[in-house]
Ligand binder design. Sequence first.
Ligand SMILES: [Zn+2]
Length: 153
Amino acid sequence: MKTWAIILGEHGSDADIRKKNDKTEFVKHFIDIDNYDDFNNKHRIEEDFEMACLKYGKEKVKKEGTLPWATDSTYRTLVQDFKTSNWEKAVLTSADLGHYVGDGFMPLHIAANYDGQKSNQTGIHRRYEETMIDKHIGEVQFKTSTCRRIKGV
Ligand SMILES: [Zn+2]
């Protein structure tokens, strides 16, 4: 039996792979958040997906990317997987959640200037995610840790 850590590693890129065949997947990997006046003026956008679609328009929400809401939706799916003890699904949902959270921490996945096209640096996305990583992957230190319960949550 494989441990979750191994399965998570094997399936961490499933969400990216799905983009090839699932046309709804692409927009889940980014948000050009600085294209929202609410973000620029109030540093917040609508947290509920349906409310966001009502407030900003569904076309704009999809055009700017749905990463925060995809992350939230995946989290909710994971909670259901746990509640129903569907462990085989839960580990794959966890891999997706880790992927979306990771995308959310990548600055070029959360800005309108996602490829340097607005600052005369076109192609920086690939140089950052592929060229630099490929060149320095051996230097990256991967640390693992165990989960621990947080009191009061
Ligand atoms: Zn992604």
